[in-house]
Design a protein around this ligand. Structure first.
Ligand SMILES: [Fe+2]
Ligand SMILES: [Fe+2]
Length: 318
């Protein structure tokens, strides 16, 4: 006799894995033929929209410097995706092992997910090369994808899937709510995130199947430790964002036209860190689909622990 499960039966799960496969066939795109189309980035436009960069809050920046800061933030934004896709793909390949035999639709969905993330890493490597060619030297993206992936993959699968779903959901919100409708952006920058969004919408569907599967395997004690792992991962992401925000502000100051006083430099540092936290932590952590799934798995005491851990990162202004 089958044990009772709060999650769907194998047959209905099969259909849910089929949906992202069908969608992916319909939207399949090519880096050169569809995204780049022989174009370069337009440096007379912004890269990251204000809804993500929060640059309009730094009212003392001249127009040219505000655009430069949007381009630096956009460059880092693209590099962060190239970074996280390394551990996401490794985790997806690891999970695919559980589907080698049996549900071949689930296996196909995960293999497709992995192929997408390999393509995205190539896309973001090329984006970095193209942006580097159009900006003065001195920019450094500090985190190393393999080192970060080694650290992340040492944590429980539950916590890695929590972090992954949160990333794949915020990618969609960022495109739909901020990037899509902003006419001030470089058209190529916009298109990079249009095509990326199409795939990420499918990945989130798969995360929403794999995360509960991982959850069902845990004892309450293991889940409690997994919650701590998730809090630790978010803290580690925040550490990387702090380092990169400081580096990006230093680079901005080395190439900006304006000269800024001590108070403005302090505001600049705080503003860029607030934007990076908003982009990569807060906007995903408050996504309704993420919260619904997370709160469906953990106890009120664990919800409280996560909320308290995120509070200093969210800050009063986010
Ligand atoms: Fe991706
Ligand atoms: Fe993805």
């Amino acid at each position: 006799m089958q044990t009772e499960s709060k999650h769907p039966t194998a047959a209905s799960e099969d259909r849910r894995y089929a949906k992202p496969i069908e969608n992916s066939r319909r939207i399949r795109w090519d880096i050169d033929k569809d995204v780049f189309r022989g174009r370069q980035f337009d440096f007379t436009g912004n890269f990251l929209p204000d809804g993500l960069s929060l640059i309009s809050r730094l009212g003392f920046l001249a127009t040219g410097d505000a655009r430069l800061l949007s381009q630096i933030q956009g460059r880092t934004y693209a590099n962060v995706f190239g970074l996280v896709e390394r551990f996401i793909n490794a985790k997806v390949l690891e999970l695919s092992r559980e589907h080698w035999l049996g549900d071949q639709t689930a296996l196909e969905a995960l293999v497709g997910f992995s192929q997408d993330e390999l393509k995205h890493q190539e896309l973001f490597r090329r984006v970095e090369q193209m942006i580097a060619a159009g900006m003065p030297p001195g920019y450094v993206f500090h985190p190393k994808p393999d080192e970060v992936a080694m650290a992340v993959l040492g944590k429980s699968t539950w916590s890695v899937l929590a972090l992954t779903l949160h990333i794949e959901l915020f990618t969609q919100v960022h495109y739909l709510e901020s990037i899509k409708s902003d006419d001030s952006l470089s058209p190529l920058f916009k298109d990079v995130f249009l095509y990326h969004w199409k795939d990420e919408s499918q990945h989130a569907l798969i995360d929403e199947l794999e995360w509960p599967r991982a959850d069902e395997k845990l004892t309450p004690e293991e889940r409690d430790r997994a919650v701590d792992d998730f809090i630790g991962l978010v803290g580690a992401v925040d550490g990387l964002l702090q380092m990169q925000a400081a580096s990006d502000v230093a680079y901005f100051r080395s190439v900006a036209k304006g000269r800024y006083d001590g108070k403005q430099i302090e505001e600049l540092g705080q503003g860029v860190l607030r934007a990076y936290r908003w982009q990569h932590i807060v906007s995903g952590a408050q996504h309704p689909r993420f919260l619904k799934m997370l709160f469906g798995m953990i106890t009120p005491a664990q919800v409280d622990r996560v909320t308290r851990a995120l509070a200093p990162i969210a800050g009063p202004a986010a």
